[in-house]
Design a protein around this ligand. Structure first.
Ligand SMILES: [Cu+2]
Length: 189
């Protein structure tokens, strides 16, 4: 049932994209053609492993250029990643904050990853919203593009997280990134 709905949604999306194009194919063509994506160059990808070595992200302090990808991998037991803000470490920054959903994993790593694209050079703060064990408060936070010459450091952020009230917040659904099959499942962790 769900698969049927998904198929319909994909077909509907494909058809509406095709219809909007200046050289719209016929309805017949849209049954067999999928809109293509063109990338001018491969994207640099920064891998981050949630839960490797304890309740933390590894690495937890990432420097990335605009347009690059940060790809979250998930190890046991049930982590997530949510975008927060410097001063409020265990809550979504706002309604648009990315949220990966949870990744229950028994061993190894999840067959899925969550990718975000760095849109600008502003710091991106993030945390794990698992409330069993209060992961965020325990230090499971991180940052992309911390301002190293400012007082807004990951160390200070983590002090604020330790003092943050539980429960940590989540979004209503997965958003702000792509939850996709792990493109590199044999990467050794
Ligand atoms: Cu966690």
């Amino acid at each position: 049932m769900l698969a049927n709905f998904k198929t319909l949604a994909i077909l509907a999306a494909a058809f509406s994209l095709a219809s909007a194009a200046p050289t719209a194919p016929t309805a017949c063509d849209s049954d067999t053609k999928v809109p293509s994506k063109t990338y001018t160059q491969p994207r640099v990808t920064h891998s981050v492993v949630a839960g490797r070595g304890g309740l933390k992200f590894d690495p937890d302090n990432i420097v990335a250029e605009v347009g690059e990808v940060v790809e979250f991998h998930f190890t046991p037991r049930n982590h997530s990643v949510v975008e927060s803000s410097f001063g409020n470490p265990c809550q979504p920054k706002d309604a648009t904050s990315f949220f990966s959903g949870f990744f229950p994993v028994a061993e190894g790593q999840s067959p899925e990853v969550f990718q975000i694209v760095v849109k600008d050079k502003n710091p991106i703060w993030f945390y794990c919203a698992q409330n069993t064990g209060t992961h965020c408060q325990a230090g499971m936070t991180g940052v992309v593009n911390q301002r190293f010459d400012s007082q807004f450091t990951l160390a200070r952020h983590r002090e604020l997280a330790a003092a943050a009230k539980a429960p940590s917040g989540v979004q209503y659904g997965i958003q702000g990134g792509a939850r996709i099959p792990n493109p590199n499942p044999l990467s050794g962790f």
